[in-house]
Design a protein around this ligand. Structure first.
Ligand SMILES: O=C(O)C(=O)C[C@]1(C(=O)O)C=C[C@@H](O)C=C1
Length: 300
């Protein structure tokens, strides 16, 4: 069994994958990938039923991790007709604390580069500006990759933003106060795979949280087009927890709409109603891609 995640060791995705294994009562080899799309593509490419990817989907400060949604959508559209195609199986919301990670002897006022994942840089931008006022922010593939780079000799004038585990893993020091700009910073991660999972083990699952993530394609460019696409959810008494537009990428003004539907309190009944909602949308000419219907649990 393989679990792919954004590596190297010590990323928040790594921690999320380890916690999800406990929640699902599953073990498996944790395999680092160089990017989020690479982790997702492994699951879509691999025929094995026991292959999973753990990827960040949303952050409380910065919103959707668009790179993840884009690759999930693209991969799911390509495999839409296959019944055994991968889906989002479960989500885990994790508190995220970032730290300024450095080599001993670093003078912060002289630091020229602050490395991290683009999401982490955005979550800590005010803190970084105060700590390292003369530094340029440099986005790299992950927080742990940033720490690994700082641990190399040719990056002695640099600081990384990442987890304490990353600092320990790469033999670096960190400032003990968290670096994120807002308290209560959390990121939600999704497990993507083909096999139904059973929630058990060390589970912090709140049974009443259940979400379906959909993507609506082909919403009409006319007055009321978007209202018409959302109305069936209201008609069936469904709460929309998130609506977000993303460019299709072919021409200006062409969008798809991501919708997270809350399926509580009775998700089995709600999933039946969702089938009817989707039928109504299809009759309007809207193509609905179901990315998954899944429980959400909370880690620590
Ligand atoms: O670089 C990491 O540590 C990641 O796991 C990626 C990631 C993200 O893409 O959102 C995960 C959680 C934090 O929000 C910051 C970065």
């Amino acid at each position: 069994m393989k679990w792919f995640y954004l590596g190297p060791e010590g990323t928040h995705s790594h921690e999320a994958a380890a916690q999800l294994q406990a929640v699902c009562g599953m073990a498996g080899e944790l395999v680092p990938c160089s990017s989020i799309p690479a982790a997702v593509e492994q699951v879509f490419r691999d025929e094995a039923v026991d292959t999973f990817a753990c990827v960040p989907i949303e952050n409380s400060i910065q919103g959707a991790v668009t790179q993840t949604w884009d690759v999930l959508m693209k991969s799911m559209v390509e495999t839409k007709s296959k019944p055994e195609a991968p889906k989002m199986l479960i989500a885990l919301t994790l508190p995220i604390h970032h730290y300024a990670i450095y080599r001993d002897g670093t003078e912060f006022s002289r630091v020229k580069h602050v490395y991290s994942h683009q999401q982490a840089l955005a979550q800590c931008q005010n803190h970084i500006a105060q700590l390292c006022p003369n530094a340029a922010l440099v986005a790299v593939n992950s927080t742990a990759e940033a720490a690994r780079m700082v641990s190399e000799h040719d990056h002695a004038d640099a600081v990384a933003i990442g987890s304490r585990r990353a600092a320990d893993r790469y033999g670096l020091s960190y400032i003990p106060e968290p670096a994120e700009d807002k308290a209560g910073n959390v990121t939600r991660f999704a497990l993507v795979g083909k096999r139904a999972i059973v929630v058990g083990g060390k589970s912090g699952l709140q049974e009443n949280e259940f979400v379906a993530s959909l993507c609506l394609r082909g919403v009409g460019h006319q007055p009321g087009g978007l209202v018409g696409a959302l109305q069936p959810f209201a008609d069936f008494g469904m709460n929309l927890a998130r609506v977000e537009s993303r460019p299709v990428g072919d021409q200006l003004g062409n969008y798809v709409f991501y919708v997270d539907v809350s399926l509580q309190p009775d998700h089995v009944r709600a999933e039946q109603l969702l089938v009817e909602v989707i039928a109504q949308l299809t009759s309007q000419g809207i193509d609905v891609v179901v990315l998954g219907a899944y429980p959400v649990c909370h880690g620590a």
